[in-house]
Design a binder for this molecule. Structure first.
Ligand code: XMP
Length: 429
């Protein structure tokens, strides 16, 4: 291991994550661990140079005050106790706070500033080689940021021992399946299984109106297709997942209950139990992106806006038809192109189009038309719990409206959704 580590022990602080981010920004690697680490667990952690015991409001668990284990107390490195057993909380003044942490990390613990994406990659490649040996690993590669970075990292570590399965369910954005094939199948020369499951998904979804039912079908059909591919492969021992640090933190800790359960490829049958490989599980999203960039993934993959698991399926409103799915895909591609041209890519948090399942009257070349509307959505948010709309320039909107009505067959009207969340949600379904 190339990196020194500061261990943050969660003794009920609400700011473990903020502290971890701050120390990593100083160039030192940190991990957050529970208060009851055993001797074996703590000895297993590499290069621990110091321990911060981070106390706080959540220290009372099930009516009892928790304390650090003997293994932590007797571990022989400098320790800094915050907000516990008479120790003061960190000052709210940012400069003072940073000063205290910096003195501890660099003067007392003598940490080197050696946390970098390059070192992380080098360490992970070694660890993955050790963990995996000559065995095979399976990965569901959607082409989203996290699964793409996992794929790139594993390709670097074990090459063709990684089997990537890309399921094209017909609900991806324009050009995405092609890009997965180009980047991973061709440029990185990965062992890529491309599954064309478009008809299968669309047949299952035919006539289904209810959004939650649509989500369930897409989720369970995905697992079924993936399972079939897994069974065709021989000698797979590991399953790689793009779990990242916020997924782990939001799944709950010993002092805070779960915000949400994290779901990657859960739900595989019992006889397909693989050992998990989760090389990004200690990284924050920006670190995952930096890692992807360092591994040579293209910018549009690494800096991609969030895209829901059910994909365009929840943007083709009501019962999905191939005709309206094409309208969503084509209009979304135009919107993305115009946003990129106007410097809005990376500035607006999420933007897309949706197509309702009703028509309205229009007129084209003096002839009455009866066609679908397209809805534009462009929002900004920090955590997706609330969102405000982007105040788009009229000129950009005009251009998008003109292009969509001219280039996308079957559309005679374009609407701009100006509703914040709440009262609306970001997606229409
Ligand atoms: P809403 O519509 O709830 O969306 O305001 C908040 C964020 O979550 C995304 N989203 C989903 N992501 N599966 C996902 O993986 C889903 O079923 C799903 N529904 C919404 C949405 O794109 C937005 O970023």
């Amino acid at each position: 291991m190339k990196q020194d580590m500061i261990l943050i022990i969660d003794l009920g602080s609400e700011e473990n994550t903020i502290l971890a981010r701050e120390i990593r920004q100083m160039g030192v690697y940190t991990e957050i661990h529970p208060h009851d680490l055993t001797e074996e667990q703590i000895n297993h952690l590499p290069n621990v140079k110091g321990i911060i015991i981070n106390g706080g409001k959540n220290r009372i668990v099930d009516g009892k005050e928790i304390n650090i284990s003997d293994a932590i107390a007797s571990y022989n490195v400098p320790k800094l106790a915050i907000d516990c057993d008479g120790k003061p909380a960190l000052p709210s003044n940012e400069t003072e706070k940073k000063d205290i942490i910096q003195k501890f990390v660099f003067d007392e613990c003598k940490c080197l500033k050696n946390w970098s994406v390059e070192n992380f990659i080098a360490d992970q490649v070694e660890l993955l080689k050790q963990q995996i040996g000559d065995k095979k690993v399976l990965l569901a590669l959607s082409g989203g940021v996290d699964s793409s970075v996992v794929a790139a990292l594993l390709i670097k570590a074990i090459g063709k021992q990684l089997v990537c399965v890309h399921v094209n369910h017909g609900l991806l954005r324009k050009g995405e399946p092609e890009e997965v094939v180009r980047v991973f199948g061709q440029e990185m020369d990965a062992n890529l299984v491309y599954v064309d499951a478009v008809d299968r998904f669309l047949d299952k979804l035919a006539g289904v109106n209810d959004p939650e039912q649509k989500r369930k079908i897409i989720g369970s059909e995905f697992i079924r297709v993936f399972e079939e591919e897994a069974r065709k492969q021989e000698d797979i021992v590991f399953l790689a997942q793009g779990t990242i640090y916020p997924d782990i933190i939001e799944s709950g800790t010993k002092t805070v209950k779960a915000v949400k359960s994290h779901h990657n490829v859960g739900g595989l049958p019992e006889d397909l139990k693989f050992e998990l490989v989760e090389p990004l599980k200690m990284l924050f999203k920006d670190e995952v992106r930096a890692c992807g960039k360092a591994l040579g993934l293209p910018d549009n993959m690494v800096y991609r806006q969030p895209f829901p698991g059910p994909g365009l399926g929840v943007r083709c409103l009501g019962a999905i038809t191939r005709e309206r799915l094409e309208i969503v895909r084509e209009s979304d591609a135009i919107l993305r192109e115009e946003f990129a041209k106007n410097g809005l890519e990376g500035k607006v948090w999420q933007y897309f189009t949706a197509v309702p399942d009703f028509k309205s009257v229009g007129v084209r070349d003096n002839i009455r038309t009866y066609e679908y509307p397209v809805i534009i959505r462009a929002v900004n948010t920090v955590d997706a719990m609330t969102a405000t709309i982007e105040h788009l320039d009229w000129a950009v909107l005009d251009k998008v409206v003109n292009r969509i009505t001219a280039e996308v067959k079957g559309v005679n009207r374009v609407l701009y959704d100006m509703t914040p969340k709440p009262v609306a949600t970001i997606e229409w379904e």
